[in-house]
Write a protein that binds this ligand. Structure first.
Ligand code: NAD
Length: 295
């Protein structure tokens, strides 16, 4: 039988993920606060509705892709929270990157209502979301993951079971702390080369075949004009926002405090992203950290 999906949060990631579900045999009810985002999905064949409550009516699966913990908590548990509205037996998949503790709290609240919920944050960027090649990093019970698997396969390529509720988030923020460090380091190296007369494209080619190679350099180059189809070549529009990266580095810092782990590089790059945001770049793609470092 055809499965009905409610998809809430149609931003840089949610919209292309929902579009990939539409290409499969799923019917979609969608909701976002942005009218433009709703129109994009409605034009592609989704049913755009006026509230999250309307979206979850009759849904077998509920997917959320929102910015941060407070949005996810508000969506499910707030005054107009949708948890009471979701049909018995439905599965909830939260793909947002949020605090592990929030994921645990949400899963408990869902369980108290007889619903299954998993945290399934993603990696792969907007390019991966469009291509349907995302990596899903799942926290929760194995049975719920198996129920989610066909849906996740429609949006991604790799699915990992990190552990119990919240473990997906913990793995995701470790990855993103490393990504932030690699992006800032890559931007720093490219800016140094350019300041000393090197062509950033030539330097990128050299480092891509040398020991400095990494994802930020090879697939998401922060220097304008080195690569097509990355935010650096369109004024850092779209992509993964500075404020979202700053949020993830804050989550990593909280996890470090709670476990007394040493994360000096993560702390440094968190402060760089904080300064960059304060200087007005919060809405730009995170590769724009280059602008903080370049003359
Ligand atoms: P985004 O800001 O582009 O999109 C968020 C969307 O949520 C917006 O369209 C906004 O209108 C909507 N929204 C906010 N509150 C809402 C509510 N109460 N009800 C309905 N809609 C609401 O963010 P994004 O880049 O799509 O990221 C979403 C999540 O995925 C974040 O947690 C982010 O850290 C994570 N993530 C992003 C990327 C990336 O490359 N952009 C990659 C991996 C993970």
């Amino acid at each position: 039988t055809q499965q009905h999906i409610a998809f809430i949060g149609l931003g840089n990631m949610g919209a292309p993920m929902a579009l990939n579900l539409l290409k499969q045999a799923y019917t979609l009810k969608v909701f976002d606060l942005s009218a433009a985002a709703m129109k994009l999905l409605a034009d592609a064949g989704a049913q755009a509705v006026e509230s999250a409550q309307q979206a979850v009516a009759g849904a077998d699966i509920v997917i959320s892709m929102l910015p941060a913990s407070r949005h996810v908590e508000g969506l499910y548990l707030g005054e107009q929270g949708i948890l009471p509205q979701i049909a018995d037996g439905a599965l909830i998949i939260d793909c947002s990157t949020i605090a592990a503790q929030t994921s645990q709290k949400m899963a408990q609240a869902a369980q108290a209502r007889g619903l299954s919920m998993i945290d399934a944050p993603v990696s792969g960027g907007t390019g991966g979301a469009q291509a349907g090649t995302l990596t899903f990093i799942v926290g929760g019970d194995a049975a719920s993951l198996e129920r989610a698997r066909p849906v996740l396969n429609a949006m991604g390529k790799n699915i990992f079971h990190a552990g119990t509720h919240g473990a997906g988030q913990t793995a995701k923020i470790c990855n993103n702390m490393l990504l932030g460090i690699l992006m800032a380091g890559t931007a720093e190296a490219l800016a140094l080369g350019a300041a000393n007369g090197l062509d950033p494209k030539v330097l990128s080619d050299i480092m891509s075949k040398s020991s400095g190679r990494n994802w930020a350099l090879e697939l998401y180059n922060p220097y304008p004009g080195v690569m097509d189809n990355v935010p650096a070549s369109r004024n850092y529009q779209g992509g993964f926002g500075v404020d979202l990266m700053h949020k993830d580095l804050g989550l990593a810092a909280e996890a470090a405090l709670a476990s007394q782990a040493a994360t000096p590089m993560g702390e440094l790059v968190r402060n760089l992203y904080g300064m960059h945001s304060k200087a007005g770049a919060g809405g730009k793609d995170f590769s724009s950290i280059l602008e903080l470092l370049r003359k």
